[in-house]
Write a protein that binds this ligand. Structure first.
Ligand SMILES: Nc1ncnc2c1ncn2[C@@H]1O[C@H](COP(=O)(O)OP(=O)(O)OP(=O)(O)O)[C@@H](O)[C@H]1O
Ligand SMILES: [Mg+2]
Length: 225
């Protein structure tokens, strides 16, 4: 089952209930945009999805496996299938972009996967640059390339364009299209409605601890705000 299933999820921090019985089933194919106000719980949802947080109630299943009760050792294998790219810097500044990508391939078959990831993210001409020598859009592409080396099913990206200028944001959005063209899925937490309008196959909205909307983007864009 190529889905992320959250069922009856309750997540509290102290007195604050962030998710309050949230249920959603997200296909891991195509591009899913996850939206919602700041503080609505989008990043919490991402961390629950890959077992970095445990729910107070409810069940989390990813690719048909119960994440919320899975031992850590099995979780790391599952996380390679759905890599989670957090916001902010992720590369080692003292390694070239290629070396950063290659790091992720340690212990994996030497079957051209590094080269494929570099090509796919349009980094062939930039491979010998160091992260500080390129812009934030290219750095994010290198981070995505590093995830692609794992040969994932679907990427989970938390606000990959937030804080980037338009040029850098476009570089990341093109990378998302390349991910989709490669037949991989992506779940993208985003405030970028222009990108959503252009790229999303479906939209999931987190609102007041539950799902406010899930479905085609057309319905989301037309619906009441
Ligand atoms: N580890 C934590 N400890 C305490 N509170 C937390 C923790 N993680 C998240 N929260 C709280 O949970 C709520 C949801 O946070 P979350 O980061 O998921 O929001 P978000 O939708 O990702 O917002 P943004 O769009 O600003 O990134 C916030 O009120 C936040 O303060
Ligand atoms: Mg967040």
């Amino acid at each position: 089952m190529e889905t992320l299933e959250l069922t009856g999820i309750v997540k509290r921090f102290g007195e604050v209930t962030v998710l309050d019985g949230l249920s959603v089933s997200i296909p891991l194919t195509g591009l899913t945009f996850i939206v919602g106000k700041s503080g609505s719980g989008k990043s919490v949802l991402c961390r629950l999805a890959v077992g970095l947080l445990k729910p107070d109630a409810g069940e989390v299943s990813l690719l048909g496996r119960r994440v919320d009760v899975m031992p850590e050792r099995q979780l790391s294998a599952l996380r390679a299938k759905v890599p989670y790219l957090v916001q902010g810097p992720a590369l080692l500044d003292w390694l070239t972009l290629e070396a950063n990508v290659a790091l992720a391939a340690k212990g994996l078959p030497d079957d051209g996967r590094i080269e494929r990831a570099i090509e796919r993210m349009g980094l062939a001409a930039l491979r010998d640059r160091y992260p500080p020598q390129v812009g934030p859009g290219i750095r994010k592409r290198a981070a995505i390339a590093r995830a692609l080396v794992l040969e994932p099913v679907c990427l989970l990206l938390d606000e990959p364009t937030t804080g980037l200028d338009q040029v850098a944001a476009n570089q990341v959005n093109e990378a998302l299209e390349a991910v989709r063209d490669a037949g991989l899925g992506a779940m993208v937490v985003s405030h970028d409605y222009a990108a959503l309008q252009r790229l999303a196959d479906r939209v999931v909205e987190v609102r007041q601890g539950v799902i406010g909307y899930q479905g085609q983007k057309a319905g989301f864009l037309e619906g009441p705000k």
